[in-house]
Design a protein around this ligand. Structure first.
Ligand SMILES: Nc1ncnc2c1ncn2[C@@H]1O[C@H](COP(=O)(O)OP(=O)(O)OP(=O)(O)O)[C@@H](O)[C@H]1O
Ligand SMILES: [Mg+2]
Length: 283
């Protein structure tokens, strides 16, 4: 699936005294199989933007095009094609058991047989690193926060969405759980079949897996492109700098100082290697 967003505007409570213009003409493009990061501070419009992508909110003006077709024309099936894992996934879990929760949409809205449903649930659990044998019969409420997030992601993956949207997926996760999440995103990316949209106010850990980065500020897209290009565009602006991941700033500032570094996926080991090999370095 290719996603084009053109001049998207969204106004909450339009025409009332409570009117809030949350998005001001945002445009971007996501080819199939890529990972897009949406970075922005609190209240910058990230969640509003992704809700406009799958029809949970309807753009006030502008367009969301899915393979060139306006999202209005895609019908309710769009919510399964663009699967959204919310900022607080525990609000997405409501069934008595984890298995029933993850399989809810398949049982309710498809004609799949129980064995097919089991297979899809097992595949999704495997992908997110959830041991189905261990959690299937437990209450979702009895899971840890990290496991809840995995269960919520699995509940979206069983629908085989073409785009997986993760709103602040790293909040509350410890570093090993974030590493699991990154491995999962890399696996999806390697399949080239699905795209991923990652929404966060802190992209440090996700820099290496992202193909493109969109930066929102007060509902406006202030930069869009490869992480390195976005960083180059925004690093000189004091306010915008604060949003950028430290590792990207370090690479950028060293480059500006004349150090010939290549971001190449922003892997710490690779950057250390490049620095050690610089002329005059220890090696
Ligand atoms: N239901 C709503 N009614 C009115 N205004 C809203 C509503 N939801 C969000 N807003 C406003 O829209 C703007 C963007 O909010 P949004 O939730 O999209 O930001 P965000 O970037 O996801 O923030 P956060 O990082 O805190 O999750 C904010 O000014 C917010 O107050
Ligand atoms: Mg949000």
């Amino acid at each position: 699936m290719e996603l084009h967003v053109q001049d998207l505007e969204y106004v909450y409570h339009q025409g009332t005294p409570l009117e809030v213009k949350a998005l001001h003409g945002v445009s971007f493009f996501l080819p199939q199989g890529e990972v897009l990061g949406i970075l922005g501070g609190t209240g910058s419009g990230k969640t509003t933007l992704i809700k406009n992508l799958n029809g949970l909110l309807r753009p006030t003006s502008g367009h969301v095009l899915i393979d060139g077709i306006d999202s209005h024309a895609c019908g309710p099936g769009l919510r399964r094609r663009i699967g959204l894992v919310f900022q607080r996934p525990e609000r997405q879990l409501f069934e008595e058991t984890v298995y029933r929760d993850i399989s809810f949409v398949l049982r309710r809205f498809t004609a799949l047989k129980e064995t097919q449903i089991r297979d899809r649930v097992a595949t999704a659990c495997n992908l997110v690193g959830l041991d189905m044998g261990d959690v299937a019969d437990r209450s979702p409420l009895a899971l840890s926060d990290g496991e809840k997030r995995k269960a919520a992601i699995a509940g979206i993956l069983v629908n085989e969405p073409e785009i997986v949207v993760l709103d602040e997926p790293a909040v509350g996760l410890d570093p090993p759980a974030i590493a699991d999440l990154i491995r999962f995103i890399e696996e999806i990316k390697a399949s080239r079949k699905r795209s991923v949209i990652l929404v966060s106010h802190d992209m440090e850990r996700f820099l290496g897996v992202m193909d493109r980065l969109l930066v929102l500020n007060n509902g406006t897209a202030v930069a869009w492109g490869s992480p390195a290009d976005v960083c180059r565009d925004l690093a000189a602006d004091r306010q915008m700098r604060a949003l950028l991941p430290g590792l990207a700033l370090l690479v950028h500032d060293l480059q500006e100082a004349g150090c010939p570094l290549e971001p190449r996926g922003y892997r710490v080991a690779d950057l250390v290697d490049q620095i050690l090999r610089l002329p005059g370095g220890p090696n």
